[in-house]
Design a protein around this ligand. Structure first.
Ligand SMILES: Cc1cc2nc3c(=O)[nH]c(=O)nc-3n(C[C@H](O)[C@H](O)[C@H](O)COP(=O)(O)O)c2cc1C
Length: 213
């Protein structure tokens, strides 16, 4: 193996030398609930673009199996006992440069399993702390992309849209920065033949936002 040097290998954008490139970290919080999820179609479009610039890790919310915080769990937490894997997940979120959240619109916000996930991740001195007067965020993230689809004719920002308003509030608690919502709505009440086009159009919007994200 005389004269062998890693640097003598051709440099390509997809070559192994990319391992030396330090990419920013992006966490996808995937709370999609159906195999045929339209929300996930839009997520996949954004992910395709984002994967060129970010080191992406996906958290499958359903697979975490985290329950809502019970009185017993709260007692443990107050005594400083939080399961190691919960703390590790919260640290991952706190150290991510960007976060993408994908969830269908359920009961005017998002599935309860995602709220339970947020409850578990909301750990003092990990994702947030306080300054003696109020709570302040500890997360590194500066932008959140929230992807959703709604069955009813509820545009983003409507008072009935409690998904994007909740995530803006959570961002202010954890210090996540700007929350950008990409949504398709009225999917369950438009003619079936229009749904595919609407999802495709929203996926294109997600791709173009991902270029600048
Ligand atoms: C349990 C459940 C609750 C839902 N609640 C609402 C709702 O409150 N408002 C609404 O506009 N659509 C509601 N929908 C419709 C979904 O938001 C819509 O079908 C969405 O596109 C599903 O996303 P998916 O294709 O990614 O699964 C609900 C659907 C389900 C299954």
């Amino acid at each position: 193996m005389t004269g062998y040097s890693a640097l003598s290998e051709p440099v390509s954008s997809t070559g192994f030398l990319n391992i030396f490139k330090c990419m920013d970290k992006l966490i996808i919080i995937d709370s999609c609930m159906r195999e045929e999820s339209r929300t996930r179609v839009i997520l996949d479009a954004a992910k395709e673009v984002l994967s060129a610039r970010y080191d992406i890790e996906t958290i499958d919310v359903n697979a975490t199996g985290l329950p809502p915080v019970t009185p017993e769990m709260l007692k443990e937490r107050t005594s400083g006992n939080v399961p190691e894997n919960t703390v590790a997940l919260a640290r991952k979120i706190a150290s991510a440069d960007r976060i993408v959240i994908a969830a269908p619109f359920w009961d005017m916000s998002f599935p309860a399993v995602l709220k339970a996930f947020f409850e578990n991740m909301s750990l003092y001195n990990v994702t947030f702390t306080d300054d003696g007067t109020t709570c302040t965020g500890l997360c590194k993230c500066r932008k959140v992309l929230y992807i959703t689809t709604r069955g009813m004719d509820i545009p983003t920002g409507d008072f009935r849209d409690q998904g994007s308003s909740y995530l803006k509030a959570l961002s202010s608690l954890w210090g996540l920065g700007e929350v950008i919502t990409v949504a398709a709505w009225n999917l369950d009440y438009m003619p079936v033949e229009k749904v595919v086009g609407k999802v495709r159009e929203t996926a294109d919007l997600a791709r173009s936002i991902a270029e600048e994200f």
